[in-house]
Design a protein. Structure first.
Length: 204
């Protein structure tokens, strides 16, 4: 696959003459083009729980429509994936609770948890601008317009959406868009405290 890069100059030139929503649409398009060649590393690994003793491993093509009190546990979030599928289908207005544990790795930096790396410069160019590198983030549909920070713990109310919009939930490591084509985003072996795992509970 030929890499698709989004440069800082390109983003700045777009933003000078276009609205924020149009700029995000252009970035979404580039990310989706790039994601087409990453399907092998983005196969979901989720388990659905409907109570103690009622856990079921989801198949890659399964969708999870959660009822209040039900949960999906994502066994390993691959940080190379632009949109890592959780298999959860979101209901607008419903409240979901996220809890995450484990580690992943960004390039030459030591491993980090779902809160990412604090204090690093150039965060303004991240997909969720101004937020930490490798902060665990979520989005409803394959678009960064609905991105939100998760970290270690978060309650989130699903927004409303237009007719025909994708209402599936995806996860990603906050990073520069162009860095997803390099081999420096890595999962961590269990012996080193990995992988990064996320539980998604529907509260109401």
């Amino acid at each position: 696959m030929k890499p698709v890069f989004v440069s800082r100059r390109e983003l700045l030139s777009f933003s000078a003459g276009l609205t924020t929503s149009v700029c995000l649409s252009i970035l979404d398009h580039k990310l989706l083009r790039a994601a087409e060649g990453l399907s092998d590393s983005c196969i979901p690994s989720s388990v659905r729980s409907m109570g103690i003793g009622h856990e079921t491993e989801l198949q890659p093509n399964d969708d999870a429509f959660l009822k209040p009190g039900e949960m999906v546990v994502v066994q390993s979030v691959n940080p190379r994936c632009i949109y890592y599928p959780t298999q959860v289908v979101v209901e607008p207005g419903a409240v979901y609770e996220f809890d995450s544990v484990g580690f992943w790795k960004d390039g030459w930096l030591p491993k980090c948890g779902p809160e990412g790396w604090p204090g690093l410069i150039l965060q303004a160019n991240n997909r969720l601008p101004g937020r930490r590198f490798f902060l665990l983030c979520g989005t409803m549909g394959k678009t960064d317009r609905t991105s939100f920070a998760i970290g270690t713990h978060r309650q989130w109310t699903a927004p409303s959406m237009g007719i025909g919009e994708d209402n599936k939930l995806y996860l990603y490591a906050n990073d520069w868009p162009q860095k997803y084509f390099q081999s420096n985003n890595n999962e961590i072996d269990p012996a080193d405290g990995g992988p990064l795992r996320v539980s998604i509970l529907r509260v109401s």
